[in-house]
Design a protein around this ligand. Sequence first.
Ligand code: GLN
Length: 531
Amino acid sequence: MKYIFVTGGVMSGLGKGVVTSSIAKLLQLAGLKVSCIKIDPYLNYDAGTMNPIAHGEVFVTEDGGECDMDIGNYERFLNINIPKNHNITTAQVFSDVISAERDGKYMGECVQIIPHITEEIRRRIAMVGIDESLDVLIVECGGTVGDIESLPFLEALRQMRATCQAGDNVLFVHVTLAPSLDVVGEQKTKPTQHSVQELRRIGIQPDYLAVRCTQPLQKKTKEKLALFTGVNESDVLSCHDANSIFEIPGILYEQGIVDSMFRKFGHVGLMDSSKDWDTWNGVVNSMVQEGKTVRIAMVGKYVTLTDSYVSVNQALRHAAADLGVSIKIDLVDSESIPTGMVSKYDGILVPGGFGIRGAEGIIQTAQEARIYDTPYLGICFGFQLAAVAFARYALNIPDAHTSEIVSDTNNPVVHLLPDQVSDHATGGSLRLGSHTIKIKPDTLAHKIYQNHTIQRRHRHRYEINQDMITKLEVAGMIFSAYSDDSRRMEILEIPECRFYMGVQFHPEFSSRPGFPESSYRAFVKSAARLN
Ligand code: GLN
């Protein structure tokens, strides 16, 4: 097994996830079987209970994991599904060790961070590599070197290098920042020097530096960094700003990272992968092309951090790239929607959401999109509230609602299924992951998906109320897909509109560059008036 461990220095938000994904992509293009793990040193068991404003979106895996958004980056770069055991948190590690202690498995030993916690971390990492027969496993350690919470993880990674067996290999990549105070100014190396000192203090000498900077790293900056950090000058890699994150693998490749890693791993020769490179370059070029601009409003409440909706953003971009159009996405706060907003856009997308804040704004938007015949794609909450809007304004039930917001509403269009109404914990209790969806013939959904069944990922608790379906259908809304023997509705449409669709699932988690998800593609196509 070969391991590459990616650590971060100086500050958060430098794009460790993109560096990790890019290295993984390059090794995949070189013909190796690779995957990635994300370590999140926080005390939440998983990302499911975290506000997207703080940490970015919650990415849902096929097997129902509520994971860090970096897992989504790995999936999109590598075009593979990544299971939830690739997102390791402090809470998972500690709860396993504590329950083993309660079960008497430590036979009277004093249970400690070293060796018990570090052994559990190492076991989890090694298990992924072995179970999936990987050539290379890339492990990204969240947080920044020096954080108290990441110490046990970094210690476990240090031990893995110190104890690696013959034939095994471990490489460390440290991601840092070289700021320059003005555009032509000198690239500063001190933050990186300090960060590498901190890393060495805990016993880790990096093999590579991936240095974030606005302009390409200058030769003299590379020399200085090499001198102060003990990293070969040729392994100090410039990660300068690019038009698209998908350009980063190419930027790293040109600096010789693949040859260098193969040399350090003792691999002989690269496999022929020119065909894969052509496909990848085609995808990258399509993502940066210019075309007719389509303006999309994304209406939700997590507007202060664009990462809150990263998969939705990406899915729109994959669709636009495939259609040869440029996309401009505006995040519109559902709590204060400007009047006449809907008519200013080519399409309205309402992403998933929870709770009362901004819900009325979404209901209003769903209504106006129908009235002005602006293409509408509602995801999950955007699907549920489109049904509420239709009940209020087309069926004339002014107090129609979802019981998520008004639990004792007289007219629940969206509610809990009878068997769901019981006490439940907040974490991990939603309907999660991939489920089979059946699509009815002669519907827009069928035209889009060209299939009677699809598999898509979910993350929700509430469902369309069965008692409302006939009434909604009589007024012109149809439910074109369902799951679980019709217990749950999955897609709604208003055939009278140019494009009006809501989906209970999250198509964005299945969209990949070069392979846009069909509903997103159909939405952008309609917004661009390409049909
Ligand atoms: N809040 C809704 C539910 O729980 C929708 C969830 C979502 O949009 N992801 O069903």
